[in-house]
Write a protein that binds this ligand. Structure first.
Ligand SMILES: Nc1ncnc2c1ncn2[C@@H]1O[C@H](COP(=O)(O)OP(=O)(O)OP(=O)(O)O)[C@@H](O)[C@H]1O
Ligand SMILES: [Mg+2]
Length: 189
């Protein structure tokens, strides 16, 4: 309706023009936010069937190995399944780290590690690509719905965990996170 109205208004009526374009911008923005939420809430089928490690392996193979990047996945202590909401959250976080390798790193090899020990889960995505300066990652400009590194940090912190990004230009990138597994029910997982 706004775009229809836009075609019909007097081009000199700048107040109405601002009002209409503002309305369109707001709708587009909220559609993007809704879509991102929807995508994040969807649980990949592979995760249900195979569990976190195998789903990540399948994703990394599709996203990276098929493009000639060597992928290795090492898991320790991952035989038992994790609560499904936690699996989904971790999958999303590591999926984004893998996506970043595919999009930015120009790596020849990637190593993914999942380690469950005592009451902790640690995950690492390590690439030998071009690296970057992590201090250049700033706060989100609006909405806080970032899907990138800021989103990873937000999700890990929501899980009560911690995130480290080690990278420098020319020296590859290591994304390392740790999430406590104690008292998951108490944290709504
Ligand atoms: N593994 C990596 N290797 C090299 N550079 C990286 C890597 N991961 C992230 N970066 C750099 O950090 C920037 C920020 O990453 P981030 O994931 O936040 O955003 P993005 O990937 O550019 O966009 P989005 O994730 O929202 O699609 C990237 O643009 C890229 O320059
Ligand atoms: Mg990204």
């Amino acid at each position: 309706m706004n775009t229809d109205a836009l075609e019909e208004i007097d081009p000199n009526d700048s107040a109405r023009l601002t009002q209409l374009t503002g309305g369109i911008r707001e709708l587009a923005r909220s559609a993007v936010i809704d879509l991102r939420r929807l995508v994040f809430d969807l649980r990949p089928i592979a995760l249900d069937d195979l569990g976190l490690a195998a789903a990540l392996r399948a994703y990394a193979n599709r996203r990276l190995a098929e493009r000639g990047v060597h992928v290795s996945v090492e898991t320790i202590g991952m035989k038992d399944r994790l609560p499904s909401q936690l699996e989904t959250a971790l999958f999303r976080v590591l999926q984004e780290a893998i996506n970043n390798v595919a999009k930015h790193a120009r790596a020849t090899s990637v190593r993914i590690e999942l380690l469950r020990m005592n009451q902790d889960l640690a995950a690492v995505v390590l690439d030998d690509g071009i690296g970057f300066d992590p201090s250049a990652i700033h706060q989100p400009t609006h909405t806080g719905e970032a899907l990138g590194l800021l989103g990873i940090r937000e999700r890990v912190e929501m899980l009560g965990g911690s995130l480290n990004i080690d990278s420098s230009p020319g020296a590859g990138t290591r994304v390392h996170l740790r999430v406590p597994l104690a008292d998951l029910e108490g944290r709504g997982l």
